[in-house]
Design a protein around this ligand. Structure first.
Ligand code: P6P
Length: 327
């Protein structure tokens, strides 16, 4: 039985955070209310995926040329629907939509970049998947048409970032720049409850997450670091779901890499709705995130679905990887 006095729900937590910033308008709280609703609906559908004919191919491919799974479509539709209703979002950049989605007649001042269902290739194998989001304030005046410049902002400009993890439990982990807090969905009360206050990522870890199948296509410097990890007996763990690998490394310590290869020099992960939000989170938790040249959050975005190489995780491991890669 949960001891009622110790339960802090996401809504209560956000309200308390808002009191600490009297100048805040409360709009962000409403956006989180809408993210929470969509997360609960997607969680419901993910949890019954094996029972309802929503597994398998949707028969289409997304702009990345990847097969679109039915759950991808459902997750995208759920988040689009919730976020458009909030009134505080003026535009949405989704992995599933080539162009920016402009919210009609919105007086909102926030833009959200979202990967509605990351790791979807794992859906049919019942492996952990997730949603990743990043929130910016528009630069152009409220009421004007939202421009690409409004959306193509550096990660340093993020107002908030987070992810939902549909794993052995369902968690929402987010930051607004005052640390990282994790909430676990308690189905019995239908709400996310504070379970991981002020998460700090271990400075060091013993896990490296990289798709070793790409080894032959990596640069000699990346191969040098991977060989070092093998010599030191650093454990290899690669789930094929960024949110799952990231969350494990956040909690236990570790490093995740998706470097560029000869075929994909910019790597695979997208800057705006995968790398930037996770970089904000890891830095707030004491870790680091780099392209191998500069901090992820310093990258000047040029395209909506731009890819960047990424090395992200425990600060000492990222530093060590960089020193070996650049040696
Ligand atoms: P690969 C999922 O498609 C994703 O974007 C990340 O969640 C994951 O870490 C990576 O791609 C897996 O890609 O090429 O190793 O299968």
């Amino acid at each position: 039985m949960i001891n009622r006095k110790n339960v802090i729900t996401l809504s209560q937590f956000i309200a308390e955070e808002q009191l600490k910033h009297p100048s805040s308008s409360g709009n962000l709280s409403k956006i989180f209310r809408d993210i929470k609703l969509a997360a609960k609906i997607v969680n419901r559908d993910v949890r019954k995926a094996g029972l309802v004919d929503i597994l398998g191919e949707h028969g289409s491919t997304n702009i990345q040329g990847e097969e679109v799974k039915k759950l991808d479509v459902i997750a995208n539709e759920e988040f689009m629907s919730s976020l458009k209703q909030s009134g505080d979002i003026c535009a949405i950049l989704s992995e599933e939509s080539e162009e920016i989605i402009h919210v009609k007649n919105s007086r909102g001042k926030y833009i959200i970049a979202i990967d509605p269902l990351d790791g979807s290739s794992n859906i049919d194998a019942n492996v952990t998947i997730g949603t990743i989001f990043s929130i910016f304030k528009r630069k152009s005046p409220v009421g004007d048409a939202v421009t690409n410049e409004d959306c193509l902002q550096k990660g340093e400009n993020q107002i908030a970032a987070g992810y939902i993890l549909y794993g052995s439990s369902t968690m929402l982990v987010y930051t607004t720049g005052s640390g990282v807090n994790g909430f676990t969905l308690d189905i019995s009360i239908g709400d996310f409850c504070l379970s991981h206050p002020q998460i700090k990522s271990p400075k060091h870890g013993k896990i490296c997450s990289v798709n070793i199948g790409n080894y032959k296509d990596f640069s000699s410097s990346i191969k040098h670091y991977i060989d070092y990890c093998n010599e030191k007996g650093i454990t290899g763990r690669y789930i094929g779901s960024f949110v799952a690998d990231f969350h494990r490394n956040l909690i236990k310590g570790g490093v995740y890499m998706y470097p560029g290869t000869l075929k994909q020099p910019e790597g695979k992960l997208r800057l705006m709705y995968e790398c930037n939000p996770m970089a904000f989170l890891i830095e707030q938790a004491g870790g680091k995130a780099t392209t191998g040249d500069i901090r992820i959050m310093e990258v000047n975005p040029k395209e909506l679905h731009q890819r960047v190489p990424i090395i992200i995780g425990s600060s000492n491991m990222v530093d060590n990887a960089m020193s070996l890669i650049n040696s």
